[in-house]
Design a protein around this ligand. Structure first.
Ligand code: 2P0
Length: 347
């Protein structure tokens, strides 16, 4: 059987300046730029195989072994259509290339972490899907070019096509041409950075991100100030903190931006609660840890769910992880068996 296949992985990214709000829901164009740290693929990643064959009769996708409908997902079809178009152009320029653009695709994707629990599973998932199909089609496009396509699958996915510290520049164009990811610095620029991921709950989140953001844009009075004034300033300050490897500035901005994102969620009608009592206990833990250290040695951040990511640098690993393990034992709702304490090297 004539079968073409490519397998790839994509990492999870955790935003330190958060994306929350769309100006165009179809193209996933955001109302503000954002910036994330890519986690090590050893800990959290999506693994995806894309194959195509003249014998396949329809595009199909399996996510963690369960088939999902492709035809009814406009996000999936947008990504696949864009990639097929690029392959068709390549075949036109190179008539001896096999006509893969005319074959149907089968895609298999697996996460090694809870799906849709606010751990950026869609980011890794769509980034891996786009990368796998681009590899299968042997496309010459750069990661930056592919980020434009991954963005249409899930906004935050555009930041998972590159390692290290990655910004998603919101752009201005109505067609999304300039809304893409850029590497601010590679992982090697700041190799001392670590992230601990605390899985507070592996359940699916209560309010999906897209619905939550739409509600925030429509109803929050705080939101406009955040998007127009606060985030542009923080993007510059965060890029500076990363360039200068200034952990205290990085941590301060990270915690403030997480808190403001959850504040605009609370300012939404009806209010959106992503944090729970365990999440709030982890915030108090980090605040207390920094107070007792006499300087900022750890930073918490939360996405659209209760799970906590704590950034710190390797020199403070024993203090942070040691205190964390002691403290977790005292936190209500914490279950040791759920504790995926992944001290990961951003990549
Ligand atoms: C982020 N989040 O920057 C923010 C912080 C959640 C909180 O990106 O609708 O799954 O697919 O574009 O990318 C989650 O939103 O939303 C997200 P869609 P996505 O990481």
């Amino acid at each position: 059987m004539e079968l073409y296949q490519a397998t790839t992985t994509a990492p999870v990214n955790i935003a330190v300046i958060k994306y929350w709000g769309k100006r165009d829901a179809k193209l996933n164009l955001p109302t503000n730029s954002s910036l994330s740290v890519t986690l090590s693929q050893d800990d959290l990643r999506a693994l995806t195989t894309a194959s195509c064959s003249p014998t396949f009769t329809e595009d199909r996708l399996w996510l963690n072994g369960v088939e999902e409908s492709v035809a009814t997902s406009s996000r999936l079809t947008a990504c696949i259509d864009n990639l097929r178009q690029l392959r068709a152009e390549l075949e036109q320029e190179n008539p001896s290339a096999p006509r893969l653009s005319t074959f149907k695709l089968h895609i298999c994707s697996e996460n090694n972490f809870p799906t849709a629990a606010g751990l950026a599973s869609s980011a890794a998932g769509f980034a891996a899907l786009v990368r796998a199909i681009a590899d299968l089609y042997q496309l010459p496009q750069s990661a930056k070019d592919l980020s434009r396509i991954a963005r249409q699958g899930s906004g935050s996915a555009c930041r998972s096509l590159m390692g290290g510290y990655v910004s998603w520049e919101m752009g201005e164009a109505d067609d999304g041409n300039d809304s893409l990811a850029e590497q601010v610095a590679p992982q090697s620029h700041w190799p001392e950075m670590r992230a601990a991921v605390l899985v507070v709950s592996a359940e699916r989140k209560t309010v999906p991100s897209t619905a939550g953001m739409q509600a925030t844009v429509a109803t929050s009075a705080l939101f406009r100030h955040r998007a127009d004034v606060v985030v542009p300033e923080r993007m510059s300050a965060m890029k500076r903190a990363i360039k200068e490897k200034d952990f205290e500035a990085f941590a301060d901005l990270t915690m403030k931006d997480s808190n403001q994102f959850h504040a605009v969620c609370l300012d939404t009608s009806p209010p959106i609660f992503y944090l729970n009592d365990t999440s709030r206990a982890c915030i108090r833990f980090v605040e207390e840890l920094n107070r007792s250290a006499g300087k900022v040695i750890a930073a918490y951040t939360y996405d659209a769910g209760p799970n906590c990511v704590i950034y710190y640098t390797v020199e403070n690993e024993e203090i942070v992880l040691g205190a964390l393990k002691k403290c977790l034992a005292n936190i209500d709702g914490w279950r040791e068996r759920d504790a995926a304490l992944a001290a990961s090297l951003p990549e």
